[in-house]
Write a protein that binds this ligand. Structure first.
Ligand code: PFF
Length: 461
């Protein structure tokens, strides 16, 4: 039977969409602050290692499952005739919706800061917490963002997702290069570069390893079935092995470049690299405020526009996940599915919105066993979804591929578009990784996360 499924029209379209999903707040917001907190270049090295050694094989496996099944995750496991594994797809969709519910709120902060920069309000220091407690404004921005993304997704794979990504990704890269050129000309830029590129191996410990792995996973959009979904829109003649390598490299390159943009700026003002999540919202605007007035506004707004673009292409993919589930499994029309999914995500985002200081209940939502400090709802959701569900689904994906679907079928699928793959050294490595490296590393991460986060067992202090 010839599949009538809507398909990406070109290799570039697919790569732009998948790289657009991968490149997001995780690269430009989270990556630099994790590097800053976890030992600079040492963290960078580990992150690179995990991306190449562990994540790339998983990434091409997810795409191959999707293309083979011609379905989004839930249907994909049914279609490969293993209904028992359908729950994996459901877990993926669930993780995606949960991540989306707080990702939209952080994107609303980013968008809000873009508008503030344009208006010349640099909101230095404490004004960030005041800003995010204005729930009507942030709620309004998040509704706006969801509506824009819903509109794009409702236009379908080729006219919506692919077209938006093909425009936004090149613009994003252009802005990034512009900002790097600027930041490298600043006084003291070299100190920033040294911190970022000269590794101090004494900084590597178990916690740094564990965080670098989580970062690689989240950043490449793995473990959630997004790549299964995008793979289902891919033509048989396309080369997954090659496209997967480009997507991985693009994701790594953008994260790397984001660090190259930020650290010279931070060092030029002798500020701490340890700003954590506030590095973007507190440290950076403080720096823009000290620039010559016109420049500060210009560079500051470009910076937040860059972040907003990166976030939007990721939100597109996160929304496509429940949409394709509703379309494939419940035969709901795409237009309706998009608005239903966006509506549910908006409702689910309300606790994260309220948990930024506005409501005491959601701000101090839960205190884990063994800890004394309550955490807010958004942090709780991050722990449940990205730190726990993602490695878990990643673990199941590797087990499913090796023991249920079988390596031979995976390689047959990858051979379409990449003829000699199954006889290459790379296929041997991918098989080895799926059978041994991925299950071992992901199972350890999963257990450590559960013990550390939810039961307060201090393994790394
Ligand atoms: N990879 C995105 C980022 O780095 O921001 C976030 C993300 C998007 C995670 C899509 C997971 C996902 F399925």
């Amino acid at each position: 039977m010839v599949s009538t499924r809507n398909k990406f029209s070109s290799k570039f379209g697919f790569i732009a969409a998948a790289a657009g999903s991968a490149v997001g707040l995780g690269n430009i917001w989270k990556f630099p602050f994790e590097v800053g907190k976890n030992g600079g270049a040492a963290f960078l090295l580990l992150y690179l290692l995990f991306c190449f050694v562990l994540c790339y094989p998983l990434l091409i496996t997810e795409i191959a499952i999707g293309r083979n099944a011609q379905k989004s995750p839930v249907g994909a496991f049914k279609a490969i005739h293993h209904p028992k594994w359908t729950f994996m797809g459901i877990l993926g969709v669930l993780a995606g919706v949960l991540i989306l519910s707080f990702y939209t709120i952080v994107t609303a902060w980013v968008f809000g800061y873009f508008v503030e920069m344009l208006l010349g309000n640099f909101r230095v220091g404490d004004q960030f917490s005041e800003f995010i407690q204005d729930i009507e404004m942030i709620g309004g921005y998040s509704l706006f963002i969801l509506a824009v993304v819903a509109f794009i997704v409702s236009r379908g794979v080729t006219r919506g997702i692919e077209k938006a990504s093909k425009i936004l990704m090149p613009v994003l890269i252009f802005i990034l290069f512009f900002l790097i050129t600027y930041s490298l000309t600043l006084d003291n830029a070299l100190e920033g570069i040294k911190f970022y590129l000269v590794p101090d191996f004494s900084r590597i410990n178990v916690e740094v390893i564990y965080r670098a792995l989580g970062q690689a996973f989240f950043s490449l959009s793995l473990g959630m079935g997004i790549l299964i979904t995008y793979g289902s829109y891919l033509k048989k003649k396309e080369d997954i092995v090659f496209s997967g390598a480009v997507i991985t490299l693009a994701d790594i390159a953008i994260a790397f470049l984001a660090g190259l943009m930020i650290f010279p700026i931070v060092f030029s003002q002798n500020l701490s690299t340890d700003g954590g999540a506030g590095l973007i919202f507190i440290t950076m605007p403080g720096i823009f405020a000290t620039m010559a007035p016109g420049w500060g506004i210009f560079i500051g707004s470009l910076f937040f526009l860059l972040l907003a673009f990166a976030a939007i292409t990721s939100i597109i993919s996160l929304l496509e996940l429940p949409v394709s589930y509703l379309v494939d499994q419940h035969e709901i029309k795409r237009d309706n599915a998009v608005w239903i999914a966006a509506g549910i995500v908006f409702l689910l985002s309300i606790p994260s919105l309220l948990g930024s200081g506005y409501s005491a209940y959601f701000t101090q939502f839960i205190t884990y066993y063994g800890s004394e400090v309550p955490i807010d709802f958004m942090t709780f959701l991050t722990d449940v979804s990205s730190n726990t569900l993602l490695p878990f689904v990643g673990l199941l994906t590797s087990l499913f591929t090796v023991y249920v679907w079988k390596r031979k079928k995976l390689f047959q699928e990858l051979n379409h578009g990449s003829e000699n793959f199954s006889s290459s050294w790379l296929s041997k490595y991918v098989g080895f990784c799926l059978q041994f490296i991925a299950p071992a590393v992901l199972a350890v991460t999963f257990v450590v996360t559960i013990l550390e986060i939810f039961f307060g067992v201090q393994l790394f202090s």
